[in-house]
Ligand binder design. Structure first.
Ligand SMILES: C[S@@+](CC[C@H](N)C(=O)[O-])C[C@H]1O[C@@H](n2cnc3c(N)ncnc32)[C@H](O)[C@@H]1O
Length: 188
């Protein structure tokens, strides 16, 4: 009985330490993530994206906040092209780094806010509503005409989408907004 109690205590202690470290990490990076925590895009939505968009037509694809790298892997697997991801959460970075170790795509432990994205012709992101206006301003300044911006779940305020993709799924049918730089302003 005593051994069982000790085991339960150890499990609780380990859980507590893991949660504590996780909370510290989240707090430490909050000023950069603006609340965009690591929540992966559902696989069914990734599949729909891969089916709906021809990623082989782009020469520089970036994912802003790539989480575990599932989008990157799916694009490389589906189209044979590489993607560069940015990730600021050390735990998510480590996972995506490991998941991509045998691929040509890469993940950078860096905030995408600090990157100059001029020249990039395809952006994918799944972030957080509070960030989208600032992101729209950055992408509006930096991306070349014709660049594609794909945002899962959250639209870019004041931008006019080119199309909205939805997975044929009863649970994961959140909209995926697709914008084309140059045609993104309603009266532009
Ligand atoms: C909602 S998750 C989406 C993860 C992944 N894109 C996916 O769709 O499965 C958002 C991710 O963006 C990352 N993130 C937020 N702000 C960032 C920043 N400034 N630079 C790099 N990564 C960031 C977070 O750490 C988090 O892992």
């Amino acid at each position: 009985m005593e051994i069982v109690l000790k085991l339960v205590l150890v499990v609780f202690l380990v859980l507590f330490v893991v949660l504590f470290i996780f909370s510290l990490v989240v707090l430490a990076i909050h000023h950069k993530t603006g609340g965009a925590l690591f929540v992966p895009t559902p696989k069914v939505m990734i599949r729909e994206l891969i089916r709906s968009i021809d990623f082989s037509s782009f020469h520089d694809i970036r994912e802003l906040g790539c989480g575990d790298g599932r989008f990157i892997r799916a694009v490389e697997q589906g189209y044979g092209v590489t993607v560069t991801g940015y990730e600021i959460n050390p735990l998510a970075f480590m996972v995506s780094y490991l998941m991509l170790w045998n691929r040509r795509s890469r993940v950078l432990f860096r905030s995408f806010w600090e990157e100059d994205l001029s020249g990039v012709d395809c952006i994918y992101c799944y972030l957080f509503p509070d960030l989208m206006e600032r992101l729209g301003e950055k992408l509006g300044r930096e991306l070349p005409e014709g660049a594609r911006v794909i945002s899962s779940n959250f639209p870019i305020p004041l931008w006019q989408e080119d199309r909205i993709i939805k997975a044929q799924d009863t649970i994961f049918d959140d909209p995926i907004y697709v914008y084309v730089k140059g045609r993104h302003l309603p009266n532009g």
